[in-house]
Design a protein around this ligand. Sequence first.
Ligand code: PLP
Length: 421
Amino acid sequence: MQTQILERMESEVRTYSRSFPVVFTEAKGARLTDEEGRQYIDFLAGAGTLNYGHNHPKLKQALIDYMAGDGIIHGLDMWTRAKREYLEALEELILKPRGLNYKVHLPGPTGTNAVEAAIRLARVATGRHNIVTFTNGFHGVTMGALATTGNRKFREATGGIPTQGASFMPFDGYLGEHADTLDYLEKLLGDNSSGLDIPAAVIVETVQGEGGINPAGIEWLQRLEKICHAHQILLIVDDIQAGCGRTGKFFSFEHAGITPDIVTNSKSLSGLGLPFAHVLMRPELDKWKPGQYNGTFRGFNLAFTTATAAMRHFWSDDTFERDVQRKGRIVEERFQQLAEWLTAQGIPASERGRGLMRGLDVGSGEHADKITAEAFAQGLIIETSGHDGQVVKCLCPLTISDEDLLEGLDILDASTKKVFG
Ligand code: PLP
């Protein structure tokens, strides 16, 4: 396989090609093919960007039809039919059935663009600057979003410029099983001498993805919402990784029955892997002046088209979400068995997650890397997350067939047993 030019010219900053050093050529559903014709089952799925799999035929066809009809591809943020159809589907199929009323801000197409816009909006709408964020949170790597991201590796890469405007609080479970970390937040907010500037917003992932597949408890999330209301603090749910069905509901916060003031989505929003993000906000918060937050690529018409097709195909009723929850239980059971087996070998391990966002914590990045490297050798693409990369994470396409899902789980099982048996 020819990799010389790739290794020579691409910056050292590259990441995933180090774990999976082959040249991929094609992909369909939950399978990727490399240049030598070898197939891999994909449990990474663009780190949560391919919830509907690679090249889903309905989404692909919508894109082909749109392009064949010379549909507008770029139009700055001008009105297009594709944008109108996207907003219609979002309102009719996603927001209204969930009793949600949000306006839509279309920022640049990446997750960090959406987080930057959400944070800025919270500041503009409240006149306050501080943002409360949580340990192990990951919200992106541009300066504003980075200030709310915990991981030192990213925080150290600013050339010495300090990140500003965020205060870290312990996430659910951070201080052990028996501590409710919100006691601490509530105490600081209620104490004029605590040193915590009353924040414009709290930003939270309901299941931390990059931080190690850490699900916040349902009651913890409900209490967080109550605390925010009591102190007139906006609640931002960053649903960039956990949204679009990953946890078994379109929005991950639906499990807790809470209504965030602001929501960010990206990754699987376009459905086909095209870059796309939006920020949803309560209408009263829309304090932007025209053009106050701009950018050339705001709303990508090809992504509107595939996102509309995805909403119409998958989210017209609850069949899809029930199927995701069913598959989530299969992965949960298998991860549980693997955790027990590892623990019996003297490697304390545990399983956690929500829906099809699941992690197997094997205690150290070294252990996890051995497992994922062996899995790759056996034809499974699977990555790690967490502060030390200690969690093997399953982010397989939600559309994966039972056959591929079981084959992938069998490979993970065999790889773990080969490495540690
Ligand atoms: N927020 C969350 C929860 C994420 O998981 C990510 C990426 O993994 C981001 C924000 C940043 O998204 P992007 O990498 O598209 O900038």
